[in-house]
Write a protein that binds this ligand. Structure first.
Ligand code: AMP
Ligand code: ZN
Length: 163
C-alpha cells in the first residue's frame, strides 16, 4: 500500500545527534500539534483521549484518522487504554460514515506500525477508509501457502514471546 511520502519532513531524519530514532514528541510532531489545536485539521470528533480528523491526502473520500492525544510512536509505546479507545472511536467513525451520504458500502481499518509497514507519521494513528465497489483502492496481497507444520512452528515462535 502506498501512503503519503515526501510531502512532509522525513520523521526518520536524525535529530539532536540521535541517529535512527524517530521524532519523539513536541513541536515537530504534526499530530501532537493538531491534537493541541496548534495546527489546522478538519475535525470529526474530539474527546479527552483521541482526536479524529480528515486525512489531508485521502486515498478515498471520507478517509479519516483517529489519533491518541498522548504521543506514542507506534504500538510498542501506545498506552493500551489509548489503543482501546482509538479502536472504539474508529468503530463509531465507521458507523457514522456508513450512515452518512458518502456512499459507503464497506470500511477498512489500517494501522502502519513502523517504517517497514508504511508508517510515515511517527505518532500512532488508525486510518478509517470508507469503501465502495470501484473506488480504486487496492491492497496488493500475495499470499503464500505454507504447510500446517510451518504454520504451527511459526505460531510456536510467537507464543514463546507472548508477555
Ligand atoms: P501513515 O503512512 O500510516 O503514517 O499515514 C500518515 C497519514 O497522515 C497519511 O495518510 C497522510 O496523508 C496523513 N497526514 C499527514 N499530515 C497530515 C495533516 N497535517 N493532516 C491530516 N492528515 C495528515
Ligand atoms: Zn505526536
Amino acid at each position: 500500500m502506498t501512503w503519503l511520502s515526501g510531502l512532509l519532513p522525513d520523521p526518520m531524519e536524525p535529530r539532536s545527534g540521535v541517529r535512527n530514532v524517530p521524532e519523539v514528541t513536541g513541536p515537530g510532531c504534526i499530530f501532537c500539534a493538531i491534537a493541541d489545536g496548534e495546527a489546522e485539521a478538519s475535525a470529526v470528533h474530539t474527546d479527552e483521549r483521541v482526536v479524529a480528523f480528515m486525512d489531508i491526502r485521502p486515498v478515498v473520500r471520507g478517509h479519516l484518522l483517529v489519533v491518541p492525544r498522548r504521543h506514542a510512536i507506534g504500538l510498542a509505546d501506545l498506552d493500551p487504554d489509548d489503543g482501546a479507545h482509538m479502536f472504539r472511536v474508529a468503530q463509531r467513525m465507521a458507523a457514522a460514515i456508513r450512515r452518512s451520504d458518502l456512499h459507503c458500502e464497506g470500511i477498512n481499518l489500517f494501522l502502519a506500525d513502523g517504517q517497514a509497514a508504511g508508517q510515515t507519521i511517527f505518532h500512532v494513528h488508525l486510518h478509517v477508509l470508507p469503501r465502495h465497489p470501484g473506488d480504486g483502492f487496492r491492497v496488493q496481497l500475495d499470499p503464500r501457502f505454507p504447510s500446517r507444520s510451518e504454520l504451527d512452528a511459526t505460531a510456536r515462535r510467537v507464543r514463546e514471546t507472548l508477555a
